[in-house]
Design a protein around this ligand. Structure first.
Ligand code: HDE
Length: 750
């Protein structure tokens, strides 16, 4: 074995199925980062102001490949698609100036005809999405697990293209609806494309692919009136849920705060299914894939999420776009749960069942690498819309499991691309092309780009039998499926090991903080409150009694239902492999957040103290916090010290739902103006209601005092001096939201 190979061996990844301590066996080298919070890139190294800057440093094999097809129209003549220079792009060819238009006007016909065909079908699910380019690097060689080249060498930066999405709504729907988020990553590896097509929940609604069309029909808007858009709060969805208890686990996640993420950079991601990794010696392990956001996972408040659908329907895609433009790149660590083949049956559930997660307390997530998104697409349609993901795109060293949901997906994605992207050659669309060479004997079809050679079959002697097969080998070998003995009768029968639908929803419920439980009850109550048919509401509540009696009783009370004695005696499921709770299932159980990338509004008007403002901005920037000055009008405001300061936007146009926290800077005249401004007053009312930190400097406290708000709490920082004010403000921002305020906040009108 060469030295290089010896080095690459690295730390062997052990089977940890029997371990109960999370995050102990991370393979990140010492000093790089084991925990997402430590891995955050220091603020201040990157530009902080959003502009239309393209990150010049962001380059990789995929971006270079795309450069060759990027249109560069500068200093170019306007021409037809046939290359003819156009002299007049304003007037059609007519018989006389007021006469009829002539059919011979090929310039008009070409332009209109192309326009007529600009639309392609949107995705049948996950239609609404936003994407970014970036790269992935493994921390240490994972050769004890896999022979996939991009996981063997920490020096290799593998280009990626990531598309985040909602599931239910159409392409123009709002970002902040309550829904599952899709999270699809295309790794352009040197051995071919690997697509990790996951969601922001670790489980799915159904166990078998044959149910997918029924499930999607039920969740999509109702067929008669196409209502509601981007939401599951309607009869057909809950009818399906009430009749198919296997949906309940993912429904619990969707009704929790996970259904309304703060941003795409603050979500966890999951490959959901069990996959396999195969090493060079042919040894196979089961794995589940995770993405851990370096900023920590956090969500919106439901009232805020609903307001945002109107105030800024593009809230998530804008945040992703602007932070990349500002050089504040979203970062995520790739995590693996690894299970030795011989441990497959050690669990109280079936690891092939996509409605079950593997609790992190049973199998810790090992952080093995990092993904950074550092470049926005140049064209939404060409890249984000035309990208075609498929869970069947894997590379040597990876393999599928027999999860029946996964098996169905392997077929569906290619099939849907053929109609969505107009034929079998969608792999030639630039965003979908691998960065490694690809040659085969597939030919022709709609929109073929490649000019193929003479021999289109194999074996052939015309072209000396090129392109040829590659034998399976430790390195750079052809793909081989991991051998697995199979036997059995052909049956249509769900395995009995898939039959328990209630234990994991209960584990999820019991693992939540009180605040999170309140939100889950709120989520169910809101959605079921929109259901028209009373028997559907009743059946869902009945299902909840098998998960937890308190949960069911609280939702029932909100719906004006009462549970029978018999319902309250429904037996509840027991622990899972001895586990009653798992801290990893809670968003807010143990968190202190990094503040980098957080958005803060600074309110002011003429007469603001310019010195304080400058100091505050400096202190925030040093922490990587983005701050913007909002005033009653655009243009400049005059400071106490007589200087003009440019404002970033109006208070009206940038309401508090767009930011994480708000600061009112001192200045008598400035604060007096704000006190007469309804939008400024509403700013503090809503920020308080949505549990956001509020900092009031000097005179700023008067704005707060003029409002019907309770006495300042731990999240309302009042101070004259800038330094302690911002220190305490940052400490409050690290909590994400001031949860202790929630009971009082509920009394503030929405
Ligand atoms: Fe998908 N899914 N899905 N899905 N899915 C699609 O493919 C499908 C499932 C996911 O940003 C479609 O190109 C079936 C699980 C994401 O372009 C379609 C089944 C998970 C995206 C399709 C599932 C996902 C899709 C629609 C059950 C998480 C968006 C358009 C057997 C692990 C990717 C398209 C993007 C998209 C089928 C279940 C995630 C129709 C049949 C489970 C993130 O092919």
């Amino acid at each position: 074995m060469s030295d290089e190979k010896g080095k690459r061996k690295g730390a062997a990844v052990k089977n940890i199925a029997s371990s109960v301590t999370p995050h102990l066996h991370d393979t990140a080298p010492k000093g790089v980062s084991l925990k997402p919070r430590k891995a955050i890139s220091p603020p201040g190294e990157e530009p902080m102001a959003a502009g239309s800057m393209k990150n010049a440093k962001a380059t990789n094999a995929k971006l270079a490949q795309l450069d060759s097809v990027r249109d560069q129209p500068e200093h170019q003549a306007l021409r037809t698609n046939q290359g003819v220079r156009i002299a007049d792009n304003q007037n059609s060819l007519t018989a006389g100036v007021r006469g009829s238009t002539l059919l011979e006007d090929f310039i008009l016909r070409e332009k209109i005809t192309h326009f007529d065909h600009e639309r392609i079908p949107e995705r049948v699910v996950h239609a609404r999405g936003a994407a970014a380019h970036g790269y992935f690097q493994v921390y240490q060689p994972l050769d004890s697990l896999t022979k996939a080249g991009f996981l063997l060498d920490p020096e290799i930066r593998t280009p990626v293209f990531v598309r985040f999405s909602t599931v239910q709504g159409s392409r123009g729907s709002a970002d902040t609806v309550r829904d599952i988020r899709g999270w699809a990553t295309k790794f352009y590896t040197q051995e071919g494309n690997f697509d990790l097509v996951g969601n922001n929940t670790p489980v799915f609604f159904i166990q078998d692919a044959i149910k997918f069309p029924d499930f999607v029909h039920a969740v999509k808007p109702e067929p008669h009136n196409e209502i509601p858009q981007g939401q599951s709060a309607h009869d057909s969805f809950w009818d399906y849920v009430s009749l198919q208890p296997e949906t309940l686990h993912n429904v619990m996640w969707a009704m929790s705060d996970r259904g309304i993420p703060r941003s795409y950079r603050m979500m966890e991601g999951f490959g959901i299914h069990t996959f396999k990794m195969i090493n060079a010696q042919g040894k196979s392990h089961f794995v589940r894939f995770h993405w851990k956001p370096v900023c920590g996972a956090a969500s919106l408040i439901w009232d805020e999420a609903q307001l945002l659908t109107g105030r800024d329907p593009d809230f998530h895609r804008r945040e992703l776009w602007e932070s990349i433009e500002a050089g504040d790149f979203p970062e995520y660590e790739l995590g693996l749960q690894i299970i030795a083949e011989e441990d497959e049956h050690k669990f109280d559930f079936d690891i092939l069942d996509a409605t079950k997660l593997i609790p992190e307390s049973l199998v810790p997530v090992q952080l093995v690498g990092k993904m950074i998104l550092d470049r926005n697409p140049d064209n939404y349609f060409s890249e984000t819309e035309q990208v075609a993901f498929c869970p069947g795109n894997i590379v040597p060293g990876l393999d599928f499991s027999d999860d029946p949901l996964l098996q169905g997906r392997l077929f569906s994605y290619i099939d849907t691309q053929i109609s969505r992207l107009g034929g079998a050659n969608f792999h030639e669309i630039p965003i979908n092309k691998p960065v490694c060479p690809f040659h085969n004997n597939q030919r022709d079809g709609m929109h073929r780009m490649t000019i193929s050679g003479t021999a289109n079959y194999e074996p052939n002697s015309i072209n000396n039998n090129w392109p040829r097969e590659t034998p399976v080998a430790e390195e750079n070998g052809g793909f081989s499926t991991s051998p697995q003995p199979l036997a059995g009768e052909k049956v249509r029968h769900r395995s009995d090991s898939f039959a328990d639908y209630y234990s994991q929803p209960r584990l999820f419920w019991l693992s939540q903080t009180e605040t999170e439980r309140d939100h889950i009850v709120g989520g169910f109550s809101f959605e079921l409150g929109k259901v028209v048919r009373p028997w559907i509401r009743e059946r869902v509540v009945d299902q909840l009694t098998y998960i937890d009696h308190t949960l069911a009783a609280r939702v029932a009370a909100n719906l004006g239902l009462s549970l029978t004695k018999q319902q309250l005696q429904h037996a509840l499921p027991g622990a899972i492999n001895g586990l009653q709770t798992d801290a990893a299932l809670s968003l807010y159980a143990q968190k202190q957040y990094p503040v980098k990338s957080r958005q803060v509004a600074i309110l002011g008007a003429d007469g603001i103290c310019g010195d304080s403002l400058a100091k505050i901005k400096k202190l925030l920037t040093a922490q990587g916090v983005h701050s913007k000055i909002f005033a009653p009008h655009l243009g400049n405001i005059k400071t106490l010290q007589g200087k003009d300061i440019a404002v970033d936007g109006t208070i009206e146009g940038n309401p508090s739902v767009l930011v994480d926290a708000v600061i009112v800077v001192t200045g008598k005249e400035s604060v007096a103006t704000l006190m007469k401004n309804g939008n400024a007053k509403n700013y503090l009312l809503q920020a308080f209601k949505h549990l956001k930190p509020i900092a009031l400097q000097g005179d700023g406290v008067r704005l707060y005092q003029s409002l019907p708000l309770p006495k300042p709490d731990e999240g309302v920082i009042v101070h004259d001096d800038t330094k302690p004010l911002i220190q305490q403000f940052i400490a409050a921002l690290q909590k994400h939201r001031i949860w202790s305020r929630e009971p009082l906040a509920e009394e503030i009108p929405g």
